[in-house]
Design a protein around this ligand. Structure first.
Ligand code: DAH
Length: 359
């Protein structure tokens, strides 16, 4: 509490000047009073307005000792002072400030709450980081590209013929209106355009993966969704052969699915690779009549010479391989998830099950 000179009633010395000074000091103290707690407010009431020892009450008793001509003014002054103290107190009682918790009131030795869920990594993030980690250890760098693409990067440069069915509305989410003189803009249907963008921006050798989201105009079911993730791979250098590709993919599959995974490399077709092949893994299923089944996990092949030409790389000097894998399917196999839609619903009961899984 503020220190001030209390006007004391020595009858001899009572003067209006003294009364004014004391009243000013009291006003100052009223204005700066801390009225946070109920006991602060009660102390304030007793100090200024108390019937017995209240300072203002006390001052009123001085009035008869003042010279006659000053008494009227002194009365007005003290009434105003009392009113101010009363209003300050009333408004503090009506809107008491929130008690700040002082450190001394917190018991820092209490044990923490155990049942709080600190969040977990999404299973797609977990699968992606496992995949990128494996390729990182094999010397691959990471490239990125836009999710909105034009027809040239998504299709033409990748050697898709003009009438290829993948360009059809069935598969591609176009985001513009078709017009005869405008190239079409779309959500990328695969991560392969990142191959084109990276090769356009640099010089061989290339050794990279490109993880990212891709979009398809698919009917949503337990096994397909309009958006999913892929990891693209590209290696271009002098003397790259299909043996390098197969070696890399087998190493990857063993690192991801386990050393004893059963693999099958089966020939296939993609416009941007020649020859092309797909990698299947054997999935044990106890309730399946054959004890399990082959699951395709990625497409791959030797980069088609037309693709190299489209990006200005001499196919006589350089060769390369590429691959592209989905992320959702291996993640579903790995974590035994039966419905792809669970990945995108953000249901905490689903997500919480991935707590503590190292990525
Ligand atoms: N882009 C293909 C798809 O979305 C996957 C793919 C296949 C990528 C073969 C490749 C590849 O790079 O060589 O189905």
């Amino acid at each position: 509490m503020q220190v001030w000179r209390v006007f004391f009633c020595s009858k001899m010395n009572t003067s209006l000047e003294k009364l004014k000074t004391t009243a000013a000091n009291i006003t100052e103290e009223i204005c700066s009073a801390k009225l946070t707690t109920a006991s602060d407010r009660e102390a304030f009431r007793i100090r200024f307005l108390g019937q017995k020892r209240g300072l203002i009450t006390h001052l009123f008793k001085e009035i008869p000792h003042l010279p006659k001509e000053d008494r009227r003014f002194a009365g007005q002054l003290l009434n105003a002072l009392r009113k101010e103290a009363q209003t300050t107190l009333d408004s503090a009682n009506q809107n008491p400030p929130v008690d700040p918790i002082s450190l001394s009131e917190i018991d820092l030795t209490l044990p923490g709450r155990r049942n709080q869920w600190p969040g977990s990594r999404h299973p797609i993030t977990l699968a992606l980081s496992k995949i990128t980690d494996i390729f990182h250890r094999m010397g691959f760098t990471i490239a990125e590209g836009p999710e909105m693409e034009d027809d040239w990067h998504n299709f033409t440069a990748l050697n898709f013929p003009k009438d290829h069915p993948a360009r059809d509305m069935q598969d591609t989410l176009f985001i513009d209106e078709q017009s005869p003189d405008q190239p079409r803009i779309m959500m990328r249907t695969h991560t392969s355009p990142v191959q084109i963008r990276t090769m356009m921006a640099g010089e061989p050798p290339f050794r990279l993966i490109a993880p990212g989201r891709v979009y398809r105009n698919e009917t949503i079911t337990y096994k397909s969704y309009c958006l999913f993730h892929q990891v693209e791979g590209l290696v271009v250098d002098e003397g790259i052969t299909m043996a390098d590709l197969k070696d890399t993919l087998y190493r990857f599959a063993r690192a991801f699915f386990g050393e004893d995974v059963k693999l099958r490399y089966r020939s296939s077709f993609f416009p941007f690779t020649e020859p092309s092949a797909e990698l299947d893994i054997w999935w044990d299923l106890s309730d399946h009549p054959d004890g399990g089944r082959w699951m395709e996990i990625l497409g791959s092949g030797m980069v088609h010479p037309n693709v190299l030409k489209a990006v200005g790389i001499d196919p006589e000097r350089y060769t390369g391989y590429a691959f592209g894998m989905g992320v959702e399917r291996p993640a579903m196999l790995h974590y035994d998830i039966k419905d792809i839609r669970l990945f995108y619903e953000n249901d905490v009961r689903f997500l919480a099950q991935f707590q503590g899984i190292p990525g």
